[in-house]
Design a protein around this ligand. Structure first.
Ligand SMILES: [Zn+2]
Length: 512
């Protein structure tokens, strides 16, 4: 490998790539490296693989543009940053190649260079690269990080560590300056009991305690009792661990055969997949035709639904039957959860703080686009009260009250926020006690902006705009301001100036 003071690129060439038509392109790849004086490596730093020689050519073009970007070049000269391609995404408006940055060989969460090429011929690089100074040798050992993660609460002490702790860099985020962190992943016996603990690798402070799953509502608020008591396999392919106490179905296997909940979950999944296919040309959540697996009757009186990015399973509780009904009754709930799966495969927004609120907001927005009934109440069908406004009411968020604990742990109520100035502020540690720094409560701020944009542009233009932003223009630590800028930039690639001015007005109205 040639050492070079200029930007380096690390390409992952998979066996698929070498075995197909791209073989013919290999000399071109070598020429490219030679001409650009870049060091190429075949290390598998990222899961990316160019599937055709055309996509490899586009990748090279994108990389060449990124190298010319002066700002990026300066960053990389001073900071030993390496970029590796991770994803190529396209729709009818633009194509984006995403490059993940590594600092001293450590992944910087959310730091990416995004190369956009619009169908109108405009090229643009969105540079999410942070400036920071960090000691990249951890003070703590991985074993010490595991001990801290397990001592977080009595529940964690029973969990096993699912993989070796990973060092990452969390750029300036939430209430923290840039940090070197350990991600410790803990594995639980039941579906929603795993977690990820982010620990400062120097001080040992816990920055976040994240759940393995992304839910429709704060789990601690709605869950009546999430201990497994129901077992209902009914001859279906079940998860191997009986402690999961669930029925597992595939989206195309259970229609009308088994159980009303399983039938609804399967039908909902098909409706959601059909929406993504017909409106956005997307082939399932991963754009590779993955089967949607759902678990119904999770737990006992469990009033929540979630997507598990790790297990790639959708899960629905039955509700308590008094206030909340079976979670499969809401098509917008299925749309919300499967959109979390789309997000996991694209922007991969981390489920904490403003980023987590964006994640929830995209799920709520697409949930309503999929349901397409003209109302904006999230999960209205889950409530036994026919007059309920649902879990969140995004056309006028403040009509519903949110419950949250103050810093002393006393439960308080406030209207769901419709403006950035009314948001709940981050706590020192984002965890289940504060809805991981208010991902559900603060989600109504960007959701209200989406509603206002919908009112101005109509359904088709708004949903295509939001899809383009979610899949091509955000990175895993995007904040509200990033989402606003990305939406305006996408609009400029897609629509006319009058439309984009309305988009800006909507964000101004919600104070983003
Ligand atoms: Zn959610």
């Amino acid at each position: 490998m040639k050492s070079s003071s200029s930007l380096r690129i690390l390409l992952t060439l998979t066996s698929t790539l070498c075995a197909t038509s791209v073989l013919a392109s290999k000399p071109a790849l070598a020429d490219f490296a030679e001409n650009q004086e870049q060091a190429f490596s075949l290390q598998a730093l990222s899961p990316f693989s160019a599937e055709t020689s055309a996509s490899l050519t586009r990748l090279m073009d994108a990389y060449s543009d990124i190298q010319k970007d002066v700002g990026l070049d300066q960053v990389t000269k001073s900071k030993h940053v390496v970029f590796t391609p991770v994803q190529q995404v396209s729709d009818e408006y633009s194509e984006t190649t995403k490059f993940q940055s590594y600092y001293d060989g450590i992944e910087v969460m959310g730091d990416m260079a995004l190369h956009h090429k619009s169908r109108r011929g405009n090229k643009k690089i969105t540079n999410y690269i942070s400036e920071f100074d960090l000691q990249t040798r951890p003070t703590l050992s991985a074993q010490q990080a595991i001990a801290i993660a397990k001592s977080r609460d009595s529940h964690n002490s029973h969990l096993s560590v699912s993989e070796a702790p990973e060092l990452r860099i969390l750029p300036s985020y939430s209430r923290h300056a840039a940090k070197l962190i350990y991600s410790v992943k803990l594995q639980g016996a039941s579906l929603n009991k795993g977690s990820e603990v982010l620990i400062d690798a120097h001080s040992g402070a816990v920055i976040a305690h994240l759940s393995d799953v992304v839910e429709i509502a704060p789990i601690d608020v709605l869950a009546a009792n999430d201990n497994c008591q129901t077992f209902d396999a009914k001859g279906n392919a079940a998860l191997t661990d009986p402690s999961l106490c669930t029925m597992l179905i595939n989206h195309n296997k259970n229609l009308g055969k088994v159980d009303a909940s399983a039938d609804r979950a399967a039908k909902n999944s098909i409706t959601v997949l059909n929406y993504y296919s017909a409106v956005h040309g997307r082939n399932s959540y991963d754009n590779r035709g993955a089967t949607i697996r759902s678990v119904v009757h999770l737990g006992h009186n469990f009033g929540n639904a979630f997507w598990s990015p790790k297990l790639k399973v959708m899960a629905y509780g039955d509700g308590d039957g008094k206030r909340l009904r079976d979670m499969t009754l809401g098509l917008d709930v299925a749309g919300h959860e499967i959109t979390h799966a789309v997000t996991s495969s694209t922007a991969n927004l981390v489920s904490m703080s403003e980023t987590g609120a964006l994640n929830e907001s995209y799920s709520d927005f697409f949930g309503k686009m999929i349901e397409n009934k003209g109302d904006w109440a999230i999960g209205k069908a889950l409530f036994t009260d026919p007059n309920s406004k649902g879990l969140r009411f995004i056309s006028d968020p403040s009509l519903l009250q949110a419950t949250y604990p103050d810093t002393q742990g006393n439960l308080k109520k406030m209207p769901y926020p419709d403006n950035y100035s009314k948001r709940l502020r981050d706590r020192q540690t984002c965890d289940g006690s504060n809805d991981r720094c208010w991902v559900h409560i603060n989600s109504t701020i960007p959701s209200y902006a989406a509603y206002l944009i919908f009112q101005a542009l109509g359904k088709t233009k708004t949903e295509k705009l939001y899809y383009n932003v979610l899949t091509q223009r955000l990175t895993s630590t995007a904040r509200f301001v990033d989402a606003k800028n990305a939406t305006v930039a996408a609009c400029q690639d897609m629509y006319d100036a009058a439309s984009c001015s309305k988009v800006q007005q909507a964000f101004a109205k919600v104070g983003m």
